[in-house]
Design a binder for this molecule. Structure first.
Ligand SMILES: [Fe+2]
Length: 312
């Protein structure tokens, strides 16, 4: 959907509606005043959804209990940013605010779960130029979303490298936490490991969770990054996954009276937003930071997610 066309359609429809109401209620001043008030309220609602809510960032804290989590990793924190969709709404200024807020959370690691751009692949570099200010002792890790396939894999790898980040394309990394947690000695700390795996996008590329997890140590907590939450339906029967971090749906973006419009959440009724306990692994679906073609948010604020891994 072309955003300019959406705005034009909304404006034209409002004008037509107003003209129609004026014509029909011309003879009844009371009713006309009432209708005008309603139209003003509708206009204010659209303005709120187009201009205010898309930049009303909030931080969501999620606690994930990992049964055999070692004491060294108890309280390990991951900041997740998803669906930035660098564009006019989520431009340099807004993304700088996102980076500032994310850095202030002082997490151990930053996970970026795809859709850095919306339509223009040239925005990839601009987006990563801002994201390069993200800081975390265990690094910033990236997977591609469906929109990112408008740029080549090479362009994505180079943008990540320039920003000091690593792209996980159907592969995993074993992370040794840099931070020492309270009451844990030096030797003990050296044992702690976290597996971070990442897959390509299920719509546009090769999404191979089996390959991503192959050879990962089974005694280490494992977090899988996948832009699309539907990955939980194709997880291999074996191989450890303690949490999947996803985005893609933007939480439905426009949720009148808290209800999800299926067409705005890619037809998925089950995986729309928040923590879903899928049979194979829990998946957190971020509402995302930006918006794509429909630049409106209603009852679905953009979010930065702070995940905390804890012992039972
Ligand atoms: Fe997206």
């Amino acid at each position: 959907m072309n955003p300019r066309r959406v705005t034009r359609t909304i404006r034209t429809t409002a004008h037509r509606l107003a003209a129609d109401v004026r014509f029909r209620l011309g003879g009844s001043p009371g009713l006309r005043r009432h209708a005008q008030r309603l139209l003003k309220a509708a206009g204010a609602g659209v303005a709120y959804a187009a201009l205010l809510e898309p930049v009303m960032l909030e931080t969501t804290q999620v606690e994930i209990v990992v049964p055999d989590l070692s004491p060294e990793l108890d309280g390990y924190q991951i900041v997740q940013l998803s669906d930035l969709h660098f564009n006019v709404t989520a431009g340099v200024g807004f993304l700088r605010r996102v980076v500032e807020k994310a850095n202030a959370l002082d997490a151990d690691l930053v996970a970026l779960t795809g859709d850095f751009i919306a339509l223009n692949p040239l925005n990839l570099e601009r987006c990563f130029a801002v994201l390069s200010d993200l800081r975390a002792p265990d690094g910033c890790w990236v997977v591609r979303g469906n929109h990112d396939y408008k740029a080549s894999l090479l362009a994505m790898q180079s943008a990540c490298r320039a920003a000091g980040m690593r792209l996980l394309e159907n592969q995993h990394a074993v992370i040794r936490p840099h931070r020492r947690r309270g009451g844990v000695g030096e030797g003990y700390h050296a044992q702690a490991r976290l597996v971070l795996a990442g897959v390509g996008d299920i719509w546009e590329g090769l999404c191979l969770p089996g390959q991503a997890l192959a050879g990962a140590p089974a005694d280490s907590p494992t977090v899988l990054l996948s832009h699309n939450p539907q990955v939980v339906s194709i997880l291999p029967p074996s191989g450890r996954v303690d949490l999947v971090l996803s985005g893609h749906t933007h939480g439905g973006q426009v949720r009148p009276m808290g209800r999800t419009i299926r067409a705005l959440s890619d037809g998925s009724g089950e995986f729309v937003s928040g923590l879903v306990r899928a049979p194979r692994a829990p998946v957190y679906i971020s509402r995302g930071v930006g918006t794509s073609s429909l630049r409106l948010r209603w009852n679905c604020r953009p979010e930065i997610v702070l995940v905390r891994l804890v012992r039972p």
